[in-house]
Design a protein. Structure first.
Lengths: 260, 493
């Protein structure tokens, strides 16, 4: 297809439109037996007109189309440690560190050291767990907000909110970022602390708290140690901390394993 | 460029012929699926490190005991590396459908995986997410649906900050979305639309591309026009989508492709296109088209047809909206550079992807049908002859070319004056030799307009054995009345 050379220049030049030639229609145009009429055409989604383009799109999605792309290698760097106080994880790629930081330190509650997946959930947590004004107000009005972004409902109790999450938003009943706070102080272990053997609270890292723990009831072959650990956790009051930044009520997993 | 993992997915030791054969097979399967309205595709994001690829332990079918062992080690291992390694081994095993089946049948396995996904051990989380991703990619519904317990968490993590992790969650969600209406009807109340609307503000291109993919899958759903598109239109997503399609140095082709397809699914569903027009969709898409033509001119056009196609569709469909006139006529699109761009793209299609020519010509029809200005541009920019060069490509293309020419001719004598003398008449005599009824029919329509507005054409027609060309079709039911009428006009004026 030969395009006139001036066309390329036209594209580069500024915007503009042609002064339209005068339009002058004769009624005989398109009169029977002829039938042409200039008309806009629209195609709905499933129309076969779109078949070829749709197929190309899906070939692309399936990665069959060959493209010139080389995946960038993740550069390895000399091992370095996380600089956050009490955390001694080491990394050899920046991406790993980035993920660690965002997961464990970025949205961490400065009061109780629980880590949350987002600023949104952290804000709600601080409000509901560490704000005494909240406690007072919640006795008089609905203060527990729905966790789903975009939902503006509020509830009298956290149980009501949980019911709403389950019924309206089809959330799991044991959604891990919605631990109920019972009693006046920080959560008591009975309700919320469910720790499995693998809970990574070792080596004095930042306490993960309840928010992001692996639930023990989900382990595979149920074993004695689980039960034992649960019993252990109940015996130790939540307010006792072994060392700064350590998980509440637990020593390192190394010590735990010794009990097995 | 876009698909940064592309290079790794090509099977090793595969010849070019083998690749072509596979592609043809896939293409045939996709066509069949589309005709049955079952066109779904999942995207697999596999990022095997070179060590793993070499160690040869990919493609491992794992048995029940091994899966249990890996899960157990992941949960309770003492060393972090050991735990991550166990999950990585599980993940490699899950690349195989057999392992996937075994996994989902194992009691408690998904709960454990979800537990690992929500642990605060970052790298363990990532590996767990990769396992989920493998499962989500399965073509077997049972396997994909087994991932449902994880969705509320995947959505929650979209508000996080770790871009790799979010990307993975998005691709996993995207795969689950296409699985079934049942899955989608669970994701919608879980707040997927607000979650995506929050996430689209991410500055990371990889996250945006993944988000566009997931959203495009959501919008492609059968029930989308009634159940999904209204809430998408009611969110801040449309404005952000259009922003991501703004041409300029910041335009990322991989991201733009996804959102262009999102827009296409919204627009062709005709839910509320007026809203998109008020957000400036016509202007953005028009400028983008100019930009893409520029890229073709500079030969920076690798894979560009993937982006041009949905842009053309969006523009063509939007032009049919009454709201266009309400917004001061085709104001944003009076710029004749649009026509120039379109021809550059048509030429590009002719070389790279001829099957997309009809879509380009569709836009040209919608641009010229009611626009004396654009019809004049076709003439003043000397675009009639290039248009004629497309006639032999296919019947569908011929009909569209002839329709566009009719759009020009029907505007009256001033327009037809420019159509003859010139190459048009002999091209029409050629198309009269076609056997396709629709092509010939459209030729007859154009001839009538030419004879009417530029009578000299009739003379020339006669002199070039036009009558003989017409005679061929005298018996054809759909054509005979018009053939007869033209014969009369040519002979008697």
């Amino acid at each position: 297809m030969q395009l006139p050379p001036a066309l390329h220049a036209r594209l580069v030049a500024g915007p503009g439109s042609a002064e339209p030639l005068p339009v002058e229609r004769d009624p005989a145009a398109g009169a029977a037996p002829f039938r042409f009429a200039a008309r806009l055409v629209r195609f709905p989604r499933e129309h076969e007109f779109f078949e070829d383009g749709d197929v190309q799109r899906h070939l692309y999605l399936q990665d069959v189309l060959t493209q010139v792309a080389e995946a960038p290698e993740r550069p390895r760097v000399p091992e370095f440690a996380c600089q956050v106080a009490g955390c001694c994880q080491v990394f050899d790629t920046l991406e790993d560190y980035e993920h660690h930081y965002h997961t464990q330190h970025r949205n961490t509650c400065s009061f109780c050291k629980r880590a949350f997946p987002s600023g949104h959930l952290l804000d709600i947590h601080i409000l509901e767990w560490h704000d005494s004004l909240f406690q007072i107000l919640s006795q008089r009005q609905d203060m527990y907000q729905c966790l789903v972004e975009g939902c503006t409902e509020k509830f009298k109790t956290s149980k009501d909110r949980k019911d709403h999450l389950v019924r309206r938003h089809l959330y799991p009943a044991d959604f891990r970022f919605d631990r109920p706070k019972e009693g006046r102080g920080p959560a008591t272990p009975t309700a919320s602390l469910q720790v499995s053997a693998g809970a990574p609270g070792d080596n004095g890292k930042q306490s993960e708290g309840d928010a992001m723990e692996v639930c023990s009831e989900h382990t595979l072959p149920p074993t004695e140690p689980t039960g034992e650990r649960r019993a252990c956790s109940r015996r130790i009051p939540p307010t006792i901390c072994f060392g700064h930044g350590a998980s509440r009520g637990f020593k390192s997993s190394k010590k735990r394993n010794k009990h097995q | 460029m876009w698909n940064r993992r592309q290079g790794r997915l090509r099977p090793v030791g595969c010849g070019v012929e083998e690749l072509r054969r596979r592609r043809r097979e896939r293409e045939a399967a996709l066509r069949k699926a589309r005709r049955e309205q079952q066109l779904v595709s999942k995207r697999l994001l596999r990022d095997d490190t070179p060590e793993e690829a070499e160690s040869g332990c990919m493609d491992l079918i794992l048995g029940e005991a091994e899966i249990q062992q890996f899960l157990w080690s992941a949960q309770r291992g003492t060393e972090e590396k050991e735990r991550e390694g166990a999950l990585a081994s599980l993940r490699r095993g899950l690349q195989r459908p057999e392992t996937q089946q075994t996994f989902i049948r194992l009691e408690g396995s998904m709960r454990t995986l979800v537990g690992l996904l929500t642990s605060n051990q970052a790298l363990l989380q990532l590996e767990a997410a990769r396992c989920l991703h493998e499962l989500s990619h399965s073509e077997q519904s049972a396997v994909a649906e087994a991932c449902l317990p994880a969705t509320s968490y995947l959505l929650t993590y979209l508000s996080g900050h770790s871009s790799d992790f979010i990307e993975l969650c998005l691709y996993t969600l995207g795969n689950l979305i296409v699985e079934s209406e049942a899955v989608r009807s669970k994701l919608l109340p879980q707040g997927i639309v607000p979650a995506l609307a929050a996430c689209i503000q991410s500055p990371h291109q990889t996250v945006l591309e993944a988000l566009g993919y997931a959203l495009s899958q959501l919008l492609q759903a059968k029930e989308a026009p009634e159940k999904i598109i209204p809430s998408v239109l009611g969110s801040t997503l449309p404005q952000h989508m259009l922003q991501l399609l703004q041409p300029g140095p910041k335009l990322n082709p991989g991201v733009a492709v996804e959102f262009a397809w999102c827009l296409h699914y919204i627009i062709c569903s005709q839910v509320n296109n007026a809203l998109l027009i008020t957000h400036g969709a016509l202007s953005t898409l028009g400028l983008l088209l100019l930009d893409l033509a520029g890229a073709v001119q500079r030969s920076e056009d690798a894979g560009l047809e993937l982006l041009v196609c949905p842009v053309l569709r969006c523009l063509s469909n939007l032009l049919t909206e009454p709201a266009v006139d309400a917004v001061g006529g085709q104001m944003e699109l009076r710029d004749e550079r649009i026509v120039a761009s379109l021809f550059i793209l048509l030429q590009f299609f002719l070389q790279k992807q001829p099957s997309l020519l009809p879509e380009g010509l569709w836009l040209l029809n919608n641009l010229t049908a009611n626009s004396p200005s654009f019809c004049t541009s076709l003439l003043s920019l000397d675009l009639i002859e290039p248009l004629l060069q497309l006639l032999p490509v296919s019947n569908v293309v011929s009909v569209l070319v002839l329709t566009v020419l009719c759009n020009v001719a029907e505007k009256g004598p001033a327009y037809c004056w420019h159509l003859w003398p010139g190459p048009l008449l002999s091209s029409l005599l050629d198309t009269l030799a076609f056997s396709d009824t629709e092509v010939v029919g459209q030729t007859l329509e154009l001839l009538q307009l030419l004879f009417l507005y530029r009578p000299e054409t009739a003379q020339a027609f006669l002199q070039q054995s036009g009558l003989q060309a017409l005679k061929r079709h005298e018996e054809e039911a759909q054509l005979q009345d018009r053939v007869h009428a033209l014969q009369q006009t040519a002979l008697h004026g």
